[in-house]
Ligand binder design. Structure first.
Ligand code: FAD
Length: 470
Protein backbone atom coordinates (compact mmCIF):
# COMPACT_ATOMS: atom_id res chain seq x y z
CA UNK A 1 0.00 0.00 0.00
CA UNK A 2 1.07 3.58 -0.61
CA UNK A 3 1.45 6.35 1.97
CA UNK A 4 1.85 10.05 1.23
CA UNK A 5 4.79 11.68 2.97
CA UNK A 6 4.15 15.41 2.87
CA UNK A 7 7.46 17.30 3.00
CA UNK A 8 7.33 20.89 4.23
CA UNK A 9 10.27 22.27 6.23
CA UNK A 10 11.87 18.91 6.90
CA UNK A 11 13.83 18.63 3.68
CA UNK A 12 15.95 15.60 4.53
CA UNK A 13 15.84 11.81 4.38
CA UNK A 14 17.75 10.93 7.57
CA UNK A 15 16.07 11.35 10.95
CA UNK A 16 12.75 12.03 9.30
CA UNK A 17 9.99 10.60 11.51
CA UNK A 18 7.23 10.93 8.89
CA UNK A 19 9.24 9.00 6.35
CA UNK A 20 10.25 6.43 8.96
CA UNK A 21 6.59 5.89 9.84
CA UNK A 22 5.74 4.91 6.27
CA UNK A 23 8.71 2.59 5.92
CA UNK A 24 8.16 1.02 9.33
CA UNK A 25 4.56 0.24 8.39
CA UNK A 26 5.74 -1.47 5.20
CA UNK A 27 4.08 1.22 3.09
CA UNK A 28 5.52 2.68 -0.09
CA UNK A 29 6.35 6.35 0.56
CA UNK A 30 5.10 8.79 -2.07
CA UNK A 31 7.13 11.95 -1.39
CA UNK A 32 5.26 15.16 -2.10
CA UNK A 33 5.87 18.86 -1.72
CA UNK A 34 2.99 21.32 -2.01
CA UNK A 35 3.68 24.96 -2.76
CA UNK A 36 1.06 27.00 -0.91
CA UNK A 37 2.60 30.29 0.26
CA UNK A 38 -0.79 31.90 0.93
CA UNK A 39 -1.38 29.34 3.66
CA UNK A 40 1.39 31.02 5.67
CA UNK A 41 -0.84 34.09 6.04
CA UNK A 42 0.92 37.38 6.80
CA UNK A 43 4.31 35.68 6.98
CA UNK A 44 4.61 34.02 3.62
CA UNK A 45 8.26 33.21 2.94
CA UNK A 46 10.44 36.08 1.79
CA UNK A 47 12.66 36.28 -1.26
CA UNK A 48 15.84 34.93 0.36
CA UNK A 49 13.93 32.01 1.88
CA UNK A 50 12.43 31.17 -1.49
CA UNK A 51 15.87 31.20 -3.11
CA UNK A 52 17.13 28.76 -0.48
CA UNK A 53 14.04 26.56 -0.67
CA UNK A 54 14.45 26.19 -4.43
CA UNK A 55 17.92 24.72 -3.99
CA UNK A 56 16.96 22.62 -1.02
CA UNK A 57 14.06 21.03 -2.91
CA UNK A 58 16.39 20.38 -5.81
CA UNK A 59 18.81 18.59 -3.47
CA UNK A 60 16.03 16.54 -1.88
CA UNK A 61 14.74 15.47 -5.28
CA UNK A 62 18.27 14.46 -6.35
CA UNK A 63 18.72 12.42 -3.16
CA UNK A 64 15.42 10.66 -3.82
CA UNK A 65 16.27 10.01 -7.47
CA UNK A 66 19.56 8.42 -6.50
CA UNK A 67 17.37 5.90 -4.65
CA UNK A 68 15.05 5.30 -7.56
CA UNK A 69 12.33 7.57 -6.18
CA UNK A 70 11.56 11.27 -6.70
CA UNK A 71 9.90 14.31 -5.20
CA UNK A 72 6.47 15.11 -6.63
CA UNK A 73 5.76 18.82 -6.59
CA UNK A 74 2.32 20.42 -6.68
CA UNK A 75 0.70 23.80 -6.20
CA UNK A 76 -1.77 24.21 -3.32
CA UNK A 77 -4.30 24.44 -1.74
CA UNK A 78 -2.79 21.71 0.40
CA UNK A 79 -5.93 19.87 1.45
CA UNK A 80 -7.38 19.62 -2.06
CA UNK A 81 -4.05 18.40 -3.45
CA UNK A 82 -3.63 15.81 -0.73
CA UNK A 83 -7.16 14.54 -1.36
CA UNK A 84 -6.47 14.22 -5.06
CA UNK A 85 -3.20 12.44 -4.37
CA UNK A 86 -4.81 10.02 -1.95
CA UNK A 87 -7.12 9.01 -4.79
CA UNK A 88 -4.43 9.02 -7.48
CA UNK A 89 -2.10 6.78 -5.49
CA UNK A 90 -4.77 4.89 -3.60
CA UNK A 91 -2.90 5.88 -0.46
CA UNK A 92 -4.06 4.57 2.88
CA UNK A 93 -2.06 6.95 5.03
CA UNK A 94 -0.70 10.51 5.11
CA UNK A 95 2.28 11.51 7.25
CA UNK A 96 4.08 14.76 7.91
CA UNK A 97 6.40 16.46 10.38
CA UNK A 98 4.89 19.35 12.30
CA UNK A 99 5.40 23.09 11.73
CA UNK A 100 4.76 25.50 14.56
CA UNK A 101 3.95 28.80 12.87
CA UNK A 102 0.43 29.79 13.96
CA UNK A 103 -0.97 29.78 10.41
CA UNK A 104 0.57 26.37 9.66
CA UNK A 105 -0.73 24.91 12.90
CA UNK A 106 -4.27 26.01 12.00
CA UNK A 107 -3.98 24.69 8.46
CA UNK A 108 -2.55 21.36 9.59
CA UNK A 109 -5.34 20.85 12.11
CA UNK A 110 -7.96 21.36 9.39
CA UNK A 111 -6.16 19.03 6.99
CA UNK A 112 -5.84 16.34 9.63
CA UNK A 113 -9.50 16.54 10.56
CA UNK A 114 -10.70 16.42 6.96
CA UNK A 115 -8.48 13.48 5.96
CA UNK A 116 -9.29 11.50 9.06
CA UNK A 117 -12.94 12.14 8.30
CA UNK A 118 -12.36 10.23 5.07
CA UNK A 119 -11.16 7.24 7.05
CA UNK A 120 -7.45 7.69 6.31
CA UNK A 121 -4.66 7.07 8.71
CA UNK A 122 -3.12 10.50 9.35
CA UNK A 123 -0.17 11.11 11.68
CA UNK A 124 2.09 14.05 12.35
CA UNK A 125 5.47 13.95 14.09
CA UNK A 126 8.10 16.13 15.65
CA UNK A 127 10.90 16.48 13.14
CA UNK A 128 12.24 19.88 14.15
CA UNK A 129 12.76 20.26 17.88
CA UNK A 130 14.41 18.62 20.87
CA UNK A 131 11.22 19.27 22.86
CA UNK A 132 7.69 19.84 21.67
CA UNK A 133 6.76 23.48 22.37
CA UNK A 134 4.04 22.38 24.82
CA UNK A 135 6.15 19.77 26.58
CA UNK A 136 7.79 21.93 29.25
CA UNK A 137 5.78 23.95 31.75
CA UNK A 138 6.32 25.69 35.08
CA UNK A 139 5.26 23.97 38.27
CA UNK A 140 1.95 25.85 38.00
CA UNK A 141 1.49 24.46 34.50
CA UNK A 142 2.12 27.82 32.82
CA UNK A 143 4.39 28.53 29.87
CA UNK A 144 7.87 29.81 30.68
CA UNK A 145 8.66 33.46 30.01
CA UNK A 146 12.24 33.36 31.20
CA UNK A 147 14.92 31.35 29.44
CA UNK A 148 17.04 30.12 32.37
CA UNK A 149 14.30 28.15 34.17
CA UNK A 150 12.99 26.93 30.80
CA UNK A 151 16.41 25.55 29.95
CA UNK A 152 16.92 24.12 33.43
CA UNK A 153 13.74 22.10 33.08
CA UNK A 154 14.77 21.03 29.57
CA UNK A 155 18.07 19.67 30.87
CA UNK A 156 16.31 17.93 33.76
CA UNK A 157 13.91 16.29 31.28
CA UNK A 158 16.60 15.46 28.70
CA UNK A 159 15.97 12.46 26.49
CA UNK A 160 18.07 11.12 23.69
CA UNK A 161 16.55 10.85 20.25
CA UNK A 162 17.48 7.78 18.25
CA UNK A 163 19.36 8.44 15.01
CA UNK A 164 18.05 7.07 11.73
CA UNK A 165 20.26 7.14 8.66
CA UNK A 166 18.63 7.78 5.32
CA UNK A 167 17.03 4.62 3.95
CA UNK A 168 19.08 3.10 1.13
CA UNK A 169 16.51 1.86 -1.35
CA UNK A 170 12.82 2.21 -1.81
CA UNK A 171 9.94 0.15 -2.95
CA UNK A 172 8.70 1.45 -6.30
CA UNK A 173 5.55 3.55 -6.30
CA UNK A 174 2.56 2.29 -8.22
CA UNK A 175 0.11 4.71 -9.72
CA UNK A 176 0.64 8.19 -10.85
CA UNK A 177 0.31 11.93 -10.82
CA UNK A 178 3.39 13.67 -11.94
CA UNK A 179 3.00 17.19 -10.60
CA UNK A 180 4.93 20.20 -11.90
CA UNK A 181 8.59 20.96 -12.46
CA UNK A 182 10.32 22.75 -9.60
CA UNK A 183 11.05 25.72 -11.86
CA UNK A 184 7.33 26.27 -12.32
CA UNK A 185 7.11 27.43 -8.71
CA UNK A 186 9.35 30.41 -9.59
CA UNK A 187 11.14 30.26 -6.25
CA UNK A 188 14.54 30.99 -7.73
CA UNK A 189 15.09 34.71 -8.15
CA UNK A 190 14.96 36.30 -11.52
CA UNK A 191 17.03 38.30 -12.25
CA UNK A 192 19.62 36.21 -10.45
CA UNK A 193 20.52 38.52 -7.57
CA UNK A 194 21.31 35.52 -5.37
CA UNK A 195 24.49 34.24 -7.06
CA UNK A 196 26.66 35.67 -4.23
CA UNK A 197 24.74 33.54 -1.72
CA UNK A 198 26.01 30.28 -3.10
CA UNK A 199 29.63 31.10 -2.53
CA UNK A 200 28.79 30.92 1.14
CA UNK A 201 26.10 28.23 1.27
CA UNK A 202 25.16 24.77 0.03
CA UNK A 203 21.47 24.16 0.70
CA UNK A 204 20.30 20.58 1.23
CA UNK A 205 20.97 17.66 3.51
CA UNK A 206 24.53 17.03 2.31
CA UNK A 207 25.35 20.72 2.68
CA UNK A 208 24.02 20.66 6.23
CA UNK A 209 26.17 17.66 7.16
CA UNK A 210 29.18 19.32 5.65
CA UNK A 211 28.55 22.55 7.59
CA UNK A 212 28.31 20.50 10.78
CA UNK A 213 31.65 18.82 10.04
CA UNK A 214 33.32 22.11 9.25
CA UNK A 215 32.06 23.47 12.56
CA UNK A 216 33.24 20.45 14.54
CA UNK A 217 36.69 20.59 12.95
CA UNK A 218 36.92 24.34 13.35
CA UNK A 219 34.91 26.83 15.35
CA UNK A 220 33.58 24.38 17.96
CA UNK A 221 36.80 24.72 19.95
CA UNK A 222 36.53 28.20 21.37
CA UNK A 223 32.85 28.64 20.50
CA UNK A 224 31.92 29.92 23.95
CA UNK A 225 34.04 33.06 23.47
CA UNK A 226 34.36 33.36 19.70
CA UNK A 227 30.61 33.18 19.07
CA UNK A 228 30.48 36.90 19.79
CA UNK A 229 33.18 37.81 17.28
CA UNK A 230 31.86 38.75 13.85
CA UNK A 231 35.44 39.18 12.63
CA UNK A 232 36.05 35.43 13.04
CA UNK A 233 34.28 32.32 11.85
CA UNK A 234 33.16 31.61 15.38
CA UNK A 235 29.73 30.01 14.92
CA UNK A 236 28.26 27.05 13.04
CA UNK A 237 26.17 28.86 10.39
CA UNK A 238 23.71 26.01 10.64
CA UNK A 239 20.68 28.27 11.07
CA UNK A 240 19.25 28.03 7.53
CA UNK A 241 19.86 24.28 7.48
CA UNK A 242 17.99 23.98 10.77
CA UNK A 243 15.18 26.21 9.57
CA UNK A 244 14.56 24.11 6.48
CA UNK A 245 14.92 20.89 8.40
CA UNK A 246 17.93 19.73 6.40
CA UNK A 247 19.40 18.38 9.61
CA UNK A 248 17.75 17.35 12.87
CA UNK A 249 18.89 19.24 15.98
CA UNK A 250 19.33 15.93 17.78
CA UNK A 251 21.81 14.79 15.14
CA UNK A 252 23.83 17.94 15.78
CA UNK A 253 23.74 17.26 19.53
CA UNK A 254 24.84 13.65 19.02
CA UNK A 255 27.72 14.69 16.76
CA UNK A 256 28.90 17.23 19.33
CA UNK A 257 28.59 14.83 22.24
CA UNK A 258 30.92 12.46 20.41
CA UNK A 259 33.55 15.22 20.72
CA UNK A 260 33.07 15.76 24.44
CA UNK A 261 36.32 15.96 26.42
CA UNK A 262 37.37 18.13 29.35
CA UNK A 263 38.61 20.61 26.77
CA UNK A 264 35.42 20.85 24.69
CA UNK A 265 32.77 20.56 27.43
CA UNK A 266 32.08 24.28 27.93
CA UNK A 267 31.96 24.91 24.19
CA UNK A 268 29.54 22.04 23.64
CA UNK A 269 27.35 23.10 26.55
CA UNK A 270 27.38 26.65 25.22
CA UNK A 271 26.34 25.53 21.77
CA UNK A 272 23.55 23.26 22.99
CA UNK A 273 22.32 26.17 25.09
CA UNK A 274 21.97 28.25 21.90
CA UNK A 275 19.91 25.44 20.41
CA UNK A 276 17.95 25.90 23.64
CA UNK A 277 17.11 29.49 22.62
CA UNK A 278 15.66 28.07 19.43
CA UNK A 279 13.57 25.69 21.53
CA UNK A 280 12.50 28.59 23.78
CA UNK A 281 11.52 30.66 20.73
CA UNK A 282 9.22 27.86 19.55
CA UNK A 283 7.78 27.47 23.05
CA UNK A 284 6.92 31.20 23.09
CA UNK A 285 5.53 31.22 19.56
CA UNK A 286 3.29 28.28 20.36
CA UNK A 287 1.94 29.75 23.60
CA UNK A 288 1.85 33.39 22.48
CA UNK A 289 1.09 33.24 18.74
CA UNK A 290 0.00 36.90 18.67
CA UNK A 291 3.58 38.00 19.31
CA UNK A 292 4.42 37.69 15.62
CA UNK A 293 3.08 41.24 15.32
CA UNK A 294 2.15 42.45 18.81
CA UNK A 295 4.26 43.10 21.90
CA UNK A 296 4.47 40.22 24.30
CA UNK A 297 4.73 42.80 27.08
CA UNK A 298 1.54 44.90 26.78
CA UNK A 299 3.17 47.76 28.67
CA UNK A 300 4.80 48.63 25.35
CA UNK A 301 1.51 49.01 23.51
CA UNK A 302 1.56 52.69 24.50
CA UNK A 303 5.21 53.20 23.66
CA UNK A 304 5.85 56.40 21.67
CA UNK A 305 7.72 54.99 18.66
CA UNK A 306 8.79 57.75 16.29
CA UNK A 307 6.73 58.07 13.11
CA UNK A 308 7.74 55.68 10.37
CA UNK A 309 10.69 57.35 8.65
CA UNK A 310 11.21 55.98 5.15
CA UNK A 311 14.49 57.81 4.60
CA UNK A 312 15.98 56.45 7.81
CA UNK A 313 14.73 52.93 7.20
CA UNK A 314 16.18 52.91 3.74
CA UNK A 315 19.57 54.08 5.03
CA UNK A 316 19.48 51.25 7.53
CA UNK A 317 18.47 48.63 4.96
CA UNK A 318 21.21 49.71 2.58
CA UNK A 319 23.93 49.94 5.19
CA UNK A 320 24.34 53.71 4.93
CA UNK A 321 23.45 54.89 8.45
CA UNK A 322 26.95 56.23 9.06
CA UNK A 323 27.48 53.78 11.94
CA UNK A 324 29.99 51.30 10.48
CA UNK A 325 29.22 48.20 12.55
CA UNK A 326 25.50 48.62 11.77
CA UNK A 327 26.18 49.19 8.10
CA UNK A 328 28.55 46.23 7.90
CA UNK A 329 25.82 43.98 9.29
CA UNK A 330 23.13 45.15 6.90
CA UNK A 331 25.49 44.77 3.95
CA UNK A 332 26.56 41.29 5.06
CA UNK A 333 22.87 40.42 5.18
CA UNK A 334 22.23 41.75 1.70
CA UNK A 335 25.17 39.92 0.16
CA UNK A 336 25.01 36.59 1.97
CA UNK A 337 21.46 36.28 3.35
CA UNK A 338 22.87 35.97 6.88
CA UNK A 339 24.12 38.29 9.61
CA UNK A 340 26.23 37.47 12.64
CA UNK A 341 24.17 37.24 15.84
CA UNK A 342 26.10 39.93 17.73
CA UNK A 343 25.65 42.30 14.80
CA UNK A 344 21.95 41.42 14.51
CA UNK A 345 21.61 42.64 18.08
CA UNK A 346 23.57 45.85 17.45
CA UNK A 347 21.78 46.67 14.18
CA UNK A 348 18.35 45.87 15.63
CA UNK A 349 19.06 47.96 18.70
CA UNK A 350 20.05 50.96 16.60
CA UNK A 351 16.74 50.70 14.73
CA UNK A 352 14.54 50.23 17.79
CA UNK A 353 16.30 52.59 20.18
CA UNK A 354 18.27 55.28 18.36
CA UNK A 355 15.96 55.49 15.37
CA UNK A 356 12.93 54.61 17.52
CA UNK A 357 11.33 52.81 14.59
CA UNK A 358 8.90 50.02 15.42
CA UNK A 359 10.61 46.63 15.77
CA UNK A 360 8.27 45.18 13.14
CA UNK A 361 9.94 47.38 10.50
CA UNK A 362 13.20 45.61 11.17
CA UNK A 363 11.60 42.20 11.61
CA UNK A 364 9.96 42.45 8.18
CA UNK A 365 13.22 43.41 6.51
CA UNK A 366 15.00 40.48 8.12
CA UNK A 367 12.12 38.25 7.09
CA UNK A 368 12.60 39.08 3.45
CA UNK A 369 16.40 39.04 3.35
CA UNK A 370 17.56 36.27 5.74
CA UNK A 371 18.09 32.77 4.40
CA UNK A 372 17.44 31.58 7.96
CA UNK A 373 14.27 33.68 8.38
CA UNK A 374 12.33 31.80 11.01
CA UNK A 375 9.14 33.11 12.56
CA UNK A 376 9.93 31.80 16.05
CA UNK A 377 13.56 32.95 16.17
CA UNK A 378 13.02 36.24 14.39
CA UNK A 379 10.10 37.23 16.62
CA UNK A 380 12.02 36.34 19.75
CA UNK A 381 15.14 38.17 18.50
CA UNK A 382 13.34 41.40 17.68
CA UNK A 383 11.16 41.46 20.77
CA UNK A 384 14.24 40.70 22.86
CA UNK A 385 16.21 43.61 21.43
CA UNK A 386 13.25 45.98 21.50
CA UNK A 387 12.66 45.12 25.14
CA UNK A 388 9.03 44.23 24.41
CA UNK A 389 9.34 40.43 24.70
CA UNK A 390 9.91 37.60 27.13
CA UNK A 391 13.14 37.65 29.12
CA UNK A 392 14.07 40.69 27.07
CA UNK A 393 16.97 43.05 27.40
CA UNK A 394 15.52 45.87 29.50
CA UNK A 395 14.59 48.75 27.21
CA UNK A 396 16.79 51.22 29.07
CA UNK A 397 19.91 49.19 28.30
CA UNK A 398 20.79 50.93 25.06
CA UNK A 399 23.68 49.37 23.13
CA UNK A 400 26.34 51.86 22.13
CA UNK A 401 27.31 50.59 18.67
CA UNK A 402 30.78 52.17 18.78
CA UNK A 403 31.57 50.51 22.10
CA UNK A 404 30.22 47.21 20.80
CA UNK A 405 32.36 47.50 17.68
CA UNK A 406 35.50 48.19 19.73
CA UNK A 407 34.80 45.18 21.88
CA UNK A 408 33.73 42.61 19.28
CA UNK A 409 35.53 43.80 16.15
CA UNK A 410 38.63 45.29 17.77
CA UNK A 411 40.78 45.47 14.63
CA UNK A 412 37.90 46.53 12.42
CA UNK A 413 38.32 43.48 10.21
CA UNK A 414 34.59 42.81 9.97
CA UNK A 415 33.87 46.45 9.17
CA UNK A 416 36.64 46.56 6.57
CA UNK A 417 35.22 43.50 4.85
CA UNK A 418 31.67 44.76 4.47
CA UNK A 419 32.22 48.53 4.35
CA UNK A 420 35.35 48.44 2.18
CA UNK A 421 35.41 52.19 1.70
CA UNK A 422 36.51 52.42 5.36
CA UNK A 423 39.19 49.72 5.09
CA UNK A 424 42.06 52.19 4.92
CA UNK A 425 41.20 53.85 8.25
CA UNK A 426 42.91 52.89 11.51
CA UNK A 427 40.62 50.66 13.67
CA UNK A 428 39.74 53.45 16.10
CA UNK A 429 38.46 55.55 13.21
CA UNK A 430 36.60 52.59 11.71
CA UNK A 431 34.65 52.23 14.95
CA UNK A 432 33.56 55.88 14.95
CA UNK A 433 34.66 57.64 11.78
CA UNK A 434 32.74 60.82 12.66
CA UNK A 435 35.40 61.53 15.29
CA UNK A 436 37.84 62.52 12.51
CA UNK A 437 35.73 64.13 9.76
CA UNK A 438 38.70 65.24 7.65
CA UNK A 439 40.18 61.74 7.57
CA UNK A 440 36.79 60.25 6.73
CA UNK A 441 36.24 62.72 3.89
CA UNK A 442 39.61 61.89 2.41
CA UNK A 443 39.13 58.11 2.54
CA UNK A 444 35.43 57.70 1.93
CA UNK A 445 33.84 60.84 0.51
CA UNK A 446 30.56 59.01 -0.16
CA UNK A 447 30.16 57.52 3.28
CA UNK A 448 27.88 59.52 5.63
CA UNK A 449 29.94 62.03 7.60
CA UNK A 450 27.79 61.58 10.71
CA UNK A 451 25.44 58.87 12.04
CA UNK A 452 21.88 59.30 10.82
CA UNK A 453 20.92 59.51 14.49
CA UNK A 454 23.60 60.84 16.82
CA UNK A 455 24.53 58.19 19.37
CA UNK A 456 24.16 60.35 22.48
CA UNK A 457 21.03 62.18 21.33
CA UNK A 458 19.36 58.96 20.19
CA UNK A 459 20.06 57.34 23.51
CA UNK A 460 18.61 60.30 25.45
CA UNK A 461 15.47 60.36 23.30
CA UNK A 462 15.00 56.61 23.69
CA UNK A 463 15.29 56.82 27.46
CA UNK A 464 12.86 59.75 27.59
CA UNK A 465 10.36 57.78 25.51
CA UNK A 466 10.74 54.86 27.88
CA UNK A 467 10.15 57.09 30.94
CA UNK A 468 6.79 58.03 29.46
CA UNK A 469 5.42 54.49 29.74
CA UNK A 470 6.97 53.49 33.05
P1 FAD B 1 25.24 29.39 16.20
O1 FAD B 1 25.86 30.32 17.16
O2 FAD B 1 26.13 28.40 15.56
O3 FAD B 1 24.02 28.72 16.91
C1 FAD B 1 23.53 27.42 16.61
C2 FAD B 1 22.05 27.45 16.38
O4 FAD B 1 21.34 27.83 17.55
C3 FAD B 1 21.61 28.43 15.31
O5 FAD B 1 21.74 27.90 14.04
C4 FAD B 1 20.17 28.71 15.69
O6 FAD B 1 19.32 27.72 15.18
C5 FAD B 1 20.20 28.60 17.20
N1 FAD B 1 20.33 29.93 17.79
C6 FAD B 1 21.48 30.59 18.07
N2 FAD B 1 21.22 31.78 18.64
C7 FAD B 1 19.88 31.88 18.71
C8 FAD B 1 19.00 32.87 19.20
N3 FAD B 1 19.45 34.00 19.75
N4 FAD B 1 17.67 32.65 19.10
C9 FAD B 1 17.19 31.51 18.58
N5 FAD B 1 17.99 30.53 18.10
C10 FAD B 1 19.30 30.71 18.16
N6 FAD B 1 17.79 33.05 14.02
C11 FAD B 1 17.18 32.35 13.05
O7 FAD B 1 17.42 31.16 12.89
N7 FAD B 1 16.23 32.95 12.24
C12 FAD B 1 15.90 34.28 12.37
O8 FAD B 1 15.03 34.77 11.63
C13 FAD B 1 16.57 35.03 13.37
N8 FAD B 1 16.31 36.37 13.52
C14 FAD B 1 16.98 37.08 14.50
C15 FAD B 1 16.70 38.45 14.66
C16 FAD B 1 17.35 39.20 15.63
C17 FAD B 1 17.04 40.66 15.80
C18 FAD B 1 18.31 38.56 16.47
C19 FAD B 1 19.04 39.36 17.52
C20 FAD B 1 18.58 37.22 16.32
C21 FAD B 1 17.93 36.44 15.35
N9 FAD B 1 18.20 35.06 15.18
C22 FAD B 1 17.54 34.36 14.20
C23 FAD B 1 19.09 34.33 16.12
C24 FAD B 1 20.58 34.22 15.75
O9 FAD B 1 21.08 35.46 15.37
C25 FAD B 1 20.83 33.20 14.63
O10 FAD B 1 20.18 31.98 14.91
C26 FAD B 1 22.33 32.93 14.48
O11 FAD B 1 23.02 34.10 14.19
C27 FAD B 1 22.54 31.89 13.41
O12 FAD B 1 23.91 31.68 13.16
P2 FAD B 1 24.61 30.31 13.51
O13 FAD B 1 23.83 29.17 12.97
O14 FAD B 1 26.02 30.44 13.09
O15 FAD B 1 24.51 30.32 15.09
Amino acid sequence: ANALVWFRSDLRLADNPALQAALAAGQVPVCVYIHAPKEAGEWRPGAASDAWRHRSLQALDADLRSRGSRLRIFRGPSLAILQTLVDGFEAEAVYWNRRYEPASERRDAEVKKALRGQGLQVESFNGALLFEPWQLATRQGDPYRVFTPFWRSALADWREHALHDAPKDWPVVDGGMEGVELDALALAPSPRWDSGFWEAWTPGEAGAREALEVFIDGALRGYRTDRDRPDRVGTSRLSPHLHFGEIAPWRIVAALEAERTAGTATDIDGYVRELGWREFAHHLLHHFPKTVDTNLNPKFDGFPWARRNGRMLEAWQRGMTGVPIVDAGLRELWHTGWMHNRVRMIAASYLCKHMRQHWLEGARWFWDTLVDADLANNTLGWQWVAGTGADAAPYFRVFNPATQARKFDPDGRYIARWVPELAGLPPSAMHEPWSDPALLRRHAPDYPSRPIVDLAEGREAALAAYQSIR
